[in-house]
Design a protein around this ligand. Structure first.
Ligand code: 9MR
Length: 675
């Protein structure tokens, strides 16, 4: 996501507005299956709860006007409207929203309650055009045990939004779960401990929302106590939750240089860690995202001027000082590491532009570390944290950014977020860890590990096998002296993950261990991941792969951090696929063709781009041969055909990429065997 001021928005505030009654322990059963509509269309001629299929989400003002809804006075960037879809649990749902706004970006997101916890999942982002109009379409699988699910619209800032249409529809055949109770939780205390198994190597941590601490279901707390010896609050220590908006906005003169802070959101999780002797990673002091825009303005007034460098340096130092010191005073020794700065490299390379760069300048990272070092006790480790950190060019950018900070002695560790997929070569990943440690002289924490399950015939088993490979590589690196001191998984269960559809974690929603957990355990204890009872011998499916995007869906996916959208102006028909954003030119659109292993495939497609050249490339065992090099650059569609022989037994993706960061468009894609 390029050039955005605040990337994504915390759900915690929304939780505060919406969740006062949440936390049901007893499964909700609906009286008998009832008809579930295949689509839900918000009707903005009708008032909330009066048959219009929409509700107010959070603290904001809604005015209905000419069949649209105008959202003003938005207290936080996630405030707006939502379309409830409680009966859609266990289904894949497509959401399509059209809106007008002056915010830099809007995101369609899903919120649901699950066994007394609350999860927020981003479905699809959208950037308004010059007229401020944005159309967003994306789909999401809602976990079968989700309750009170709703899809809502959030923004990167608190400016007004006018929503013209908001529509949900079921993708594929409806799975009608009304009347079907949610599953029961399993007892997590009998599952062997990850942190005990890894005690000789590194801490084993988990990210948790504070709802786990107040949840009437004790299972989640028991799971933390059994499995983990480091906890990261998932959202509760982010500036959006720590800055005391009410106090600062009420008396801006008093708090002008030293912002008021509070720990209402974080206290339950800090208390839990203190009481149970669990170490905490503090996440995160300085970030472009989940930091309210008023924080950057003179007198905290978004209608006024941005604060000067001097004022923001004072606010930054006082914020860092008071947050660290509150935690040290009230929870001595609990927080052993702070992410001082998070995600400061732009997806397109170089330092990310944000309110921080606009007010302080590009040296805000250096300043933040200087202040953190000045105010943190010497035994608290100071980290920089980022995603896609294993990619070559991002490594260069991060190292360039951190070199002077390391030279000044103000940083102790590199946080490798590690939101990865099972296509990532563990050796390539480890080489990044080694490079950070060697070139910066810092320790390594893997801070947010989750691994998208492959789209294979045995996704859970295959993910388990990958986890064993990955952790074997991590252990080997640790033994060889790469200073990996903590590995944190980003969430307790698949259903609670910010990427729940990709099933990226170690435990199922009911707390039972997945093959992914088994893979992690086999890496340290030996043995092999057991094939599950429902294991299917992979059969080679050589039916042609066809995507024309006319039903607005696609089955391939992003390579690294690219974003795909269905847009108009197609080669054939009405719709085509747009690949944009991403961090590097090779962040393209990828399709798994492992099922054609041992065959020659014929690939045909239409492509257009403003980039000089687009390529179709194979990703095979660390090599990337071009299957087609297509001169583009005129912005006209080019139709391409090529053949490629896939080695027998290969795990192979092919992907489309462009020679520069311009978006490219694909249509009329067909892959078929020709032998
Ligand atoms: O997991 C967090 C999710 O609940 C929030 O909605 C989201 C908002 O940005 O932040 C998630 O955590 C992020 C972390 O703080 C930084 N790295 C990326 C994580 C996933 O988005």
């Amino acid at each position: 996501m390029k050039g955005k001021i605040f990337k994504l928005v915390a759900g915690v505030l929304a939780g505060m507005f919406l969740l006062s009654g949440c936390g049901s322990t007893t499964p909700t059963t609906v009286a008998g299956p009832h008809d579930v509509p295949l689509s839900i269309v918000a009707d903005f001629t009708k008032k909330e709860n009066k048959g219009g299929n929409w509700v107010t989400y959070g603290d904001c003002k809604i005015t209905l006007k000419d069949g649209t809804t105008v959202i003003t006075d938005r207290a936080a960037s996630n405030c707006g409207i939502a379309v409830p879809c409680p009966d859609y649990r266990g289904n894949t749902v497509q959401a399509s929203v059209k809106a007008t706004t002056e915010n830099d970006s809007l995101t369609v997101s899903l919120r649901y309650e699950i066994f007394g916890n609350v999860s927020y999942v981003n479905i699809a982002p959208g950037t308004p055009n010059e007229a401020g109009i944005v159309e967003i379409t994306g789909s999401i699988e809602i976990p079968a045990n989700a309750e009170n699910s709703m899809i809502y619209l959030e923004a990167n800032d608190v400016r007004d939004i006018t929503v013209t249409s908001f529509e949900l529809s079921i993708v594929g055949e409806l799975n009608n779960l009304t009347g079907v109770p949610v599953e029961s939780l399993t007892d997590p205390t009998g599952t062997a401990s990850l942190s005990a198994a890894y005690a000789n190597y590194f801490k084993f941590g988990v990210a948790s929302p504070a709802t786990v601490m107040t949840n009437p279901n004790d299972g989640f707390r028991q799971m933390i106590l059994t499995q983990f010896n480091s906890v990261t609050p998932e959202n509760e220590l982010k500036p959006e939750n720590v800055l005391d908006a009410a106090a600062c906005l009420k008396d801006p003169a008093k708090y002008n240089e030293s912002p008021a802070i509070h720990f209402d959101a974080a206290k339950p999780i800090l208390d839990f860690c203190k009481e149970n002797g669990i170490s905490m990673r503090g996440h995160t002091l300085i970030w472009h995202s989940q930091t309210p825009s008023w924080f950057f303005y003179e007198n905290y007034d978004v209608n006024g001027q941005l604060a000067s460098r001097d004022l923001m340096l004072k606010r930054m130092e006082n914020y860092i000082d008071s947050v660290i010191n509150y935690c040290e005073t009230n929870y001595p020794g609990v927080i052993y590491a702070w992410d001082v700065c998070n995600e400061c490299i732009d997806d397109g390379g170089g330092i990310r532009q944000s309110y921080w760069t606009q007010t302080i300048g590009n040296d805000f990272v250096e300043k933040a570390f200087e202040f953190a070092r000045k105010h943190a006790p010497s035994n608290v480790q100071l980290f920089y944290n980022d995603y896609n950190e294993y990619q070559g060019s991002k490594q260069d950018d991060i190292i360039n950014l951190l070199k002077p900070i390391a030279a000044a002695g103000n940083i102790d560790g590199m946080g490798m977020q590690s939101h990865i997929s099972s296509g990532l070569d563990p050796d390539y990943y480890i080489s990044a860890a080694k490079r950070y440690a060697d070139e910066l002289g810092v320790i390594i924490h893997i801070t947010e590990l989750d691994v998208t399950a492959p789209k294979s015939q045995n996704p859970m088993y295959d993910q388990g096998v990958y986890m064993q490979k990955l952790f074997t590589a991590i252990i080997e690196a640790d033994k060889a002296g790469v200073p990996i001191e903590c590995v944190t998984v980003w969430g307790l269960t698949d259903d609670m993950s910010w990427k729940s559809s990709t099933k990226p974690l170690l435990f199922y929603g009911n707390l039972s261990p997945k093959p992914a957990y088994e893979g992690v355990m086999c890496a340290v204890n030996g043995g092999e991941v057991a094939k599950p009872a429902d294991y299917v011998e992979p059969v080679v499916d050589t039916t042609p792969f066809i995507e024309d995007y006319e039903d607005k869906s696609f089955t391939g996916g992003p390579r690294y951090s690219s974003v795909q959208k269905i847009v108009g102006d197609a080669y054939e028909g009405e719709w085509c696929l747009e690949n944009s954003e991403g961090y590097d030119t090779y962040d393209g659109y990828a399709v798994d063709v492992s099922n054609y292993a041992g065959h020659t495939i014929h690939v045909s497609f239409a492509i257009k781009s403003a980039a000089d050249q687009c390529c179709l490339t194979a990703d095979i065992d660390g090599t990337w041969p071009h299957l087609a090099e297509v001169p583009t650059g005129t912005g006209e569609w080019v139709f391409v055909e090529c053949d490629y022989t896939v080695d027998a037994g290969a795990t192979l993706q092919i992907y489309w990429e462009s020679s520069d960061m311009s978006p490219f468009y694909l249509d009329s894609l067909k892959i078929e065997t020709v032998d």
